[in-house]
Each structure stands twice: as structure tokens, then as C-alpha cells.
Design a binder for this molecule. Sequence first.
Ligand code: MN
Length: 239
Amino acid sequence: MERRKFVKSVGVGAAALYLGDKAAAGANLNNSFSEESSRGLIFPALPYAYDALEPYIDARTMEIHYDRHHRTYYNNLVNAIKGTPLESMTIENILKNISGQTDTIRNNGGGYYNHILYWNNLAKGPSSPSSDLKKALESAFGSFDKFKEVFSNSAKTRFGSGWAWLYLTADKKLATGSTPNQDNTIMDISLVKGVPLLTIDVWEHAYYLKYQNKRADYIEAFWNVVNWEEVDKRYEQAL
Ligand code: MN
């Protein structure tokens, strides 16, 4: 499989994050980015260069965020599940039943998964949603701009660290909300639940170097680098 397709499938596929056949996966994954895997969980390559989202998200932030923060969640998760039955589960199935797990697995499992979604729902812009998704957003929120406003408010008002989401509920409705820390909308303990379609990381490590305390400026910049093609794909799959 070609790298970009693989990385995209990791971001959206229900079972795609588990690669049972490590050797086969390794054979398919060769490009300039490093790739690591421990049993089923892989640490996927960033789908673009560190500076691809400049000036909206700066290269230094991307490098530290991906290569230190995200990698650390991955390493901690791998260590936490080593030798347990979780090792043979998909990350999504682990998260869907997270209420029975430790905080270490909850925090690092969420951190591992959320960042994959986030990297893949960003791209050098501009792009726009498909007409189907645009219509659905207009019908759910009143207008596309209103959706952006509601989503942005979720991101702005999340106290401390966390994530904001556009997600599809079990009854197939579009909704927005936010989660604390590294929680997400597929966790059974989450107050906002559904299939994640679009997410923004509002931990300070996602924006502080460039935007300092101005989270709202980072959120505004985020709209310039949303990968709507990816969001469309998640929406179609979720329906
Ligand atoms: Mn982060």
C-alpha cells in the first residue's frame, strides 16, 4: 500500500490501527519517516513534512508535538499493555471499553489515538467539505459558519487541556463537544459520544510556541489547514 493511503486508513478505519501482520506492514512502510511497531500498534509517520502547515502551525511545534509528545503516548501505551490481553486488541476496542482500564492506559491510549486523528484531519489547505457534508452541517447547525463558530467555542471553552470534536452520534446526528485530557468520543466514559469526524488538540503544547496564551488565534488558524477530504471520508464511513 502506498504510504499516504496507509496513513489515512489508520486515521479512519475501525480495525485499521491493529496490524496483526507486522512483517507485511513493515514491508509496505518505507519512506523517509521512521516507522516503529510493537506487536499490533504502530507509530505512524506524519503524513506531511513538519513545515507543511506553516504559517498556521509552525514546524517547530509540529516536530515537538509529533516526535516527542505523540511518541511518548505511544511508548507509554505499549509499555502499559505489554504482556496483557490488550496487546492483541485494536486501539479502538481498547478505548471503547476504557472504563475497565487504568488511568495510564486511558491517558496514553487516548493520546496515541487522538493525535493520529488530528494529524490526518490536517493538511496544507485550502479545502472544503463535500456538498453532502456541507448540507448536513448546514442542517445541523444553521450554516457552515455557525458550525465553525460552535466548534470553535467548544475548543475555546475547554478548560485546561483537552480536545474539541465534530462527531456523529449513534442516531447519525452531527454534534460538537469537547473532552478533557486525552479522552475522546469513542470512550465509554465520555460525556460526548460518537464517531469522531474532526478534532482539534487544545493542549498548550499544540500552539504555545507560536500563539502563547492566545488559544483563540490558533483555533482560527486551524480552519485554514483542515483536511476536509479526510473529514468527508470519515463521515461517509460513519453513516
Ligand atoms: Mn497533543
